[in-house]
Design a protein around this ligand. Structure first.
Ligand code: MF3
Ligand code: CO
Ligand code: CO
Length: 289
């Protein structure tokens, strides 16, 4: 099942050998899925409690930054000033902003305004009354990655924007709440897509959630849209993000000439929230709190 030696320490942190701890129950829980052709996670995707603690500490830095931005973000502030605050607080915590130089990304966080879906690059743009903005922060502390984003509002926003923001948050939490061990990861997207349909919103397909923790992006792929594909089975100790991007209009997006900024193709508003979570033996725990 897992590519873990039978004499290696069990993933659960008991300190016991795998063969005398979780090997049998893991096999029993996953045999049926494996037989049907669902991908089973590699041992490298199953983190031990000490590693999860490392991610939790990293997440504290990300959360502190997100909290500081609640007061900082207002009319007239530029996205470069947001980036500078993220950069400063990350450095003060002895951490590294993962986006900086990631595949050539030039800044420490992503700032995505109105019809920008994600990966907006901080610049001299000033926030104005009525704007909505997603700030996405990924912190590396002692080698452990935590990835999260929130929406912020500037002044008086439209009713349409306010509803999109609240409902996208509702979808993120619904996608998180459905997580339990020995479940195909596609259930997350199935849950989110059902709610989006109810509201008539578009679920972005081109970008997805992902495994995280020891790397910025790893398996499994976490789609936010409905899928019948045989997706990876989640097991305790897997760390991943749930980060639905929801458009007020259709799901379709395009990438601007800077090769990063993703916008809605129809120009409609887009919102996103992101948490890093760990699959537990009984369900799920949010780490970015
Ligand atoms: N933080 C984003 C995510 O949620 C990834 C940003 S990649 C960057 O996966 F290079 F744009 F920073
Ligand atoms: Co992410
Ligand atoms: Co992110």
């Amino acid at each position: 099942m897992y590519k873990i030696g039978r004499n290696d320490r069990c993933w659960c942190g008991s300190g016991k050998k795998y063969k005398s701890c979780h090997e049998k129950s893991d096999e029993a829980n996953m045999a049926e899925f494996a037989a049907k052709g669902y991908p089973i996670p590699d041992r490298s995707l199953i983190l031990e409690p000490g590693q999860i603690d490392g991610i939790r500490k990293s997440a504290r830095v990300s959360v502190a930054i997100m909290d500081a931005l609640e007061d900082f973000i207002k009319e007239g502030v530029t996205t470069n000033e947001i980036d500078a605050l993220v950069s400063k607080m990350t450095a003060e915590a002895g951490a590294i902003p993962a986006p900086l130089n990631y595949c050539g990304f030039p800044k420490s966080c992503c700032t995505s305004i109105n019809d920008v879906v994600c990966h907006g690059i901080p610049d001299d743009t000033r926030l104005k009354n009525g704007d909505i903005i997603n700030v996405d922060v990924t912190t590396i502390l002692d080698g452990y990655y935590s990835d999260m984003s929130r929406m912020y509002t500037i002044g008086d926003i439209s009713d349409e924007a306010a509803k999109l923001i609240e409902r996208t948050k509702e979808m993120m939490f619904a996608g998180i709440d459905v997580i339990k061990p020995y479940m195909p990861v596609a259930e997350i997207g199935n849950t989110i897509h059902d709610i989006a349909d109810k509201y008539g919103y578009g679920v972005v397909r081109a970008l997805c959630g992902h495994g995280v923790g020891l790397k910025f992006h790893s398996e499994p792929t976490v789609n936010h849209y409905r899928s019948k594909a045989k997706s990876m089975i989640l097991v305790p100790g897997m760390v991943l993000t749930v980060e639905p991007m929801i458009n007020a209009g259709t799901w379709d997006v395009e990438v601007l000439e800077d090769e990063w900024t993703v916008v809605t193709r129809d120009g409609s508003l887009s919102a996103q929230w992101e948490h890093t979570v760990v699959v537990t033996e009984t369900g799920v725990e949010i780490l970015t709190v």
